[in-house]
Design a protein around this ligand. Sequence first.
Ligand code: SGN
Ligand code: CA
Length: 504
Amino acid sequence: MKISPWLLAFLFCTPIAAQQSPNILVIFSDDHTNQTIGAFGSKLVPTPNLDRLANEGIRFTNCFVTNSICAPSRAVLLTGKYSHLNGIIDNGAERWFDGGQQQVQKLLQQAGYQTAWIGKWHLQSLPQGFSYWKILPGQGQYYNPHFINMQNDTLQETGYVTDLITNHSTQWLEGRDKSKPFFMVVGEKATHRPWLPDVKDLGVYDDIDFPMPENFYDNYENRRAAAEQDMTIDKTMTLMSDLKVNINYNDFQYKRFTPEQYKIFKPYYDKITAEYTAIKDNAAALLRWKYQRYMKDYLMTARSMDRNIGDIMQYLQRNNLMDNTIIIYASDQGFYMGEHGWFDKRFMYEESLRTPFIMRMPGNTMQGHTIDNMVLNLDFAPTILAAAGIAVPQDMQGNAVQALFNPKSSFPWRKAMFYHYYEYPEPHRAAPHIGIRTDRYKLIRFYGPFDAWELYDLQQDKTEMHNLINDNKYKSVIVELKKELKTLASQYADAKATEILAAE
Ligand code: SGN
Ligand code: CA
């Protein structure tokens, strides 16, 4: 029998290829929350590509962030360190990320990886340690966005942001040095405010009446920080910018439209404006309408992202990369989809503390696994390094989640997580706080504009409506949790939290 040279090449190359470090692709979205993803139990709308990724990989049902906003979360992804150590405690204009510090991509680059970051970056200083980058300035724009290139030129492109980010990502993959493994982060703009859907998706959810969360009409009793925030769908959400009523097409984000985009976008939101006009005098109906509009716009931006994730996976498949690429999907934090009457994030309450995290291993190993242990965005950098076979530096504060792959492993995984949120008062008046979450309890200490403690028993009160801090039954639980919170604050070298807690 004659063996074809192709078959011979295949037979001899496979073991060599298998020994190579895996490629690592991280798709990192913005404000995309588990309540809207099928793989995490959402029934709102289909998310077929994310669901496929989860079905072929591992879904982490309890992944939490250490500080629930954008720039801080990206800095944690890069450094594997809490905000007080990586320097990005909030989104403030004065907060320039120190790109000189140790970062995951630099360690990968030293180990021979090609590295790239494409899309939303939001860390103000330019990326370092990437063989290639192309980023949105600041929050970026949905339509015909500008990108900053490696020559530091800011140039406008034509198209919808999610499609453009996909194109740039696959183009870079196409032209990369194929003799080296790659590490690429695709930084999505979706599903961030002001939720401008792609014209392709306008109206697809118009016939769906989304169920309101049971605590939509929360009265914030016994919870001062929740009462004093400025992030309700009712009062904070704006008619023109968020809900797109009577759009001013001279506004900067609409002025950029091409005539073709305008021709489809305008009639759709004219119809929405007419709906608003018809009910605007009925306060209760108006609030229900705002909620429906918010859900629809947000979910339409998510739909484009899901489709684009499918396109990226197809690219990998077509190029035989599925068997040697780890694919991670995560968001910078979760988001409120009307729970407590809110949009936005920031608080240590469940919906914004939690973030989606899916990891598909090369060649479908670990297919369909679910891991319920408490993992953190702090673990992303160590996990990526471990996947590449690189030793995790001692000063990274998270752990590689691979320790959880073997249920018999004796690795002492965390039983409690530490949280610290800073940004106040703008833009949403969420008071600064520190806190601890265990499997069952959450203890929060608000500080800054006022001091207050909150305790939730998540077993009894999943929606965190009952602050039990003054309930005598929980006295000993509170003592224990306070002790543990102090230990975590000092273990993570958070001087500010340690100081606040010392006064107790
Ligand atoms: C903008 C938004 C806020 C949002 C922050 C941070 N306002 O300021 O609603 O909380 O970004 O978001 S907007 O009117 O400009 O849309 S983050 O994801 O970047 O942290
Ligand atoms: Ca965000």
